[in-house]
Design a protein around this ligand. Structure first.
Ligand SMILES: [Zn+2]
Length: 185
């Protein structure tokens, strides 16, 4: 199953919200989301198109269920005690920080969903936790996150206004990453 999405998560892996209520209030105020969720899903608000910049000349963006399947909505993931993989781009592989070898088999790491799981480079035997790799916006290891569904990898960029609002609401900086793997959270 292919689940394209744009994930937002704290830039520093040590940071995490206690709950999503303050963020949800802020995101409703700036118009990213509607106020009332339906079964954990928030429909996009009236500021949505100002808070994202879509690349390409004619993106096929659906903003509500009435527009058909594959519409954009916002979902907040469960908060975990330890960093887990909130999603990744299936074709992406990180490089070994020691020898630059492309670690194409990283998903075969035992418990790869857990950020503390060790990935060992087959070329130089250098080993470190998955959460410490540079994922270049194509995977996110984090304790808390939310995502906008049906944004394809690199199809849209969040505006500064959105990233600043997340920072001001939570007290720490946020990052974003694309994913198109199965949403298993
Ligand atoms: Zn290596």
């Amino acid at each position: 199953m292919y689940a394209p999405r744009l994930i937002f998560y704290p830039a520093d892996i040590e940071n995490c919200v206690d709950n999503y209520q303050p963020l949800q209030t802020t995101l409703a105020e700036i118009g990213l989301i509607e106020t009332n969720p339906q079964q954990d899903i928030f429909l996009v608000g009236d500021g949505f198109l100002e808070l994202l910049t879509f690349m390409g000349c004619a993106p096929d963006i659906h903003l509500s269920p009435q527009d058909g399947d594959n519409y954009c909505y916002i979902k907040f993931n469960q908060i975990h005690p330890q960093p887990i993989c909130a999603g990744h781009v299936q074709s992406f592989s990180p490089n070994c920080s020691a020898c630059k070898h492309k670690l194409t088999h990283w998903r075969e790491t035992e418990n790869w969903q857990q950020g503390s799981s060790l990935l060992t480079c087959p070329a130089c035997q250098h080993s470190k936790p998955l959460q410490q790799f540079r994922w270049r916006k194509e995977a996110a290891y984090t304790r808390c996150s939310f995502y906008i569904a049906n944004i394809h990898p690199h199809e849209a960029l969040p505006a500064d206004k959105l990233m600043d609002a997340l920072h001001n609401s939570s007290g720490f900086k946020w990052a974003y990453a694309y994913a198109n793997d199965l949403d298993t959270l």
